[in-house]
Design a protein around this ligand. Sequence first.
Ligand code: MCA
Ligand code: AMP
Length: 514
Amino acid sequence: MQQDINLYSALRAAFPADLDAVAIETDSGLRYSWRDLDRASAMMANLLVSLDLPAGSRVAVQVDKSVEAVMLYLATLRAGHVFLPLNTAYQSAEVSYFIENAEPAVVVCSPKHFAWVSTLAFKAGTHSVFTLGDDRTGSLLDRAVHHSDQHQPVACKAGDLAAILYTSGTTGRSKGAMLSHGNLLSNAQVLKAYWGWQQGDVLIHALPIFHVHGLFVALHGALLNGSTLLWQGKFDPKLAIAWMSRATVFMGVPTLYTRMLAEPTLTREATRAMRLFISGSAPLLIETFNDWKTRTGHTILERYGMSETVMLTSNPYRADDRHGGQDERRGATVGFPLPGVSLRVQDDAGHDLPRGEVGGIQVKGPNVFSGYWRMPEKTAEEFTSDGYFKTGDVGLVDERGYVRIVGRSKDLIISGGYNVYPAEIEGYINEMPGVAESALIGVPHPDFGEVGVAVVVPKPGAPLQPEAILASLKASLANFKIPKQCHIVSDLPRNTMGKVQKNLLRDQYRGEFA
Ligand code: MCA
Ligand code: AMP
C-alpha cells in the first residue's frame, strides 16, 4: 500500500523556519520570500481547483523563465495535476503536436503568443488558456489573486504523475516521459545527500526551467535544502561569475562552463566562496574539465541523467565517498551509479558485458519513469524483460567502477544541452520542393559542443539554395534546432544495406567549426 505523498509537501517541509527569509533573488533585483512561494502557489492551486478539472489533468506551460512560473509548477503539484513544460523556442507546429498528444486541460503561454496558442489550444479542446509574462503580468496572476492563499496539497501516491517531459523520439515524434511524485522526490532526496547540500548553501540558477536539469535537479536541490536561489532569467556568464562571491553551488551544461571560461573575471578569487560546480546534460570535454581546474582550483563534478530517469550517476562529492578515499572526480567520466540505481552494460544480444567493455547502458531504479504518455508499445520496446530501461547511450564501466559514456545508439545531437533529433529535421527538409533526401549530422562546435549540419541531395536538376532551406526550417522549428550549416551534395554515402553512413559524413564535416 503506497503511503500518501505530494512532492510539494516534501519541498514545503524543507522551507526554513523564517518564512520571511529570501527564497529567490532575481537578476532584476526582485526578492521573493519563502512565504511568497507558499502563498502564491496556494492561490494558483486554488485557481486550478476552481476549474474543477479531472484528477491528473495536464497543465501545459510555455512561458519565459520567471519565479511566477516556478510558483505555477508548485501549484500544479499541490493541486495533484501534471506539469508539462515546453521549450519557449517551440513554434506552432511543435506546440500543436504536444497539445494534441497530451490533451492538457490548461495551457499557460506568454502574452505575446496568446493569439496563436489559444487558437490551437481551444481547437484541440483545452478547457482554459491563461497568459503569464516574465514581468509579473498576465491573466493567470490576475485570476489567481482572487483566490485564498491557504491550500492543502492533494494526497498523492508515489506512483501518481507529477510531470510529463517531452523528449523527442529518434524516429522524430516526441515522446512524453511520465515522471511521478515518487520518481522526483526519491531522486531529489538522494542528490541532497550525495552532493552534500548543507546549511547556508546558495544556488546560482542559470538554466531554463522547461527541462529536467533546471526544473528538477537545480530547483529541487535548492528547495529541498531550504536554500536561497540567485535567479538568472537568461544565462549571463559575467553576472554568474559576479554572484559566485555570494553563492556556493552552480549547475550548468558544458556550454555555460566554456562561456564562463571565456570571461577574464573568472578567477580563483572569484570562485573562492563556491563549494560545488556540477555539469551535465551533454559531455563535458576533458579540456573544459582541466581548464576549469587550472583557472579556479575547482574540480567540476560531472553527472549523467535523462528526462526519463532524472539523475542516474554522479562523480563523488567527497574523495572519501567510496573505497577508503582513493576515488575522486574524474574527467571524461560520469562517476558511479547513484544509491538505488542499478546500471549495467549489455551487448546487442542482451548479454551483460564485463568491466571495460563497451555496450548499451541500461538502468533500473525508483527514479526511472513508468513510460511514455499513451505510447505503451514504444515504452515496452525500451524496457528489458527484467525491467531495465535501455538508455540508448553507449558506454562502459571501467576497472574502478566509473561509468564512461562513449556515444549513443540513438540518432541524437546534443547542442548546448538541448536535444536535436535528426529524424525530425530530415523530415522537414525532405518535404521541401526539389529535395530528394537529406541527412542531419552532429559536428563539434566550440560553443555548443555539438551542432547540426544538414547534407541535402537535390532532385535531378533542382536548383537548391542552402540559405532557402535554412530559412524555411527557421519558419517552422525552434531556433536551437536549425542546422548551423547546410551542404548540397550529389549523393549520400550508403553501406551495403543501403543505410546512410552518417559516420562518414561526420568525419567529412568534422572540421566545419574548428
Ligand atoms: C540557442 N541557440 C542554440 C542553442 N541555444 N543553437 C544550438 N544549440 C543551443 N543550445 C541559437 C539561438 O537561437 C541563436 O540563433 C543562436 O543560437 C545564438 O544564441 P545564443 O544567444 O548564443 O543562445 P543563448 O540564448 O545564450 O542560449 C545558449 C544556452 C542555452 C544558454 C547554452 O542553449 C541553454 O540554456 N542551454 C541549456 C539547455 C538545458 O537546460 N539542457 C538540459 C536538458 P538565432 O540567432 O538564429 O535565434 S535536461 C537533460 O539533458 C538531462 C535530463 C540532464 O542530464 O540534465
Ligand atoms: P534528455 O533526453 O534531454 O533528457 O537528455 C538525456 C541525454 O543527455 C542522455 O541520454 C545522454 O545522451 C545525454 N547526457 C546527459 N548527461 C550527460 C553527460 N554528463 N555526459 C554525456 N551525455 C550526457
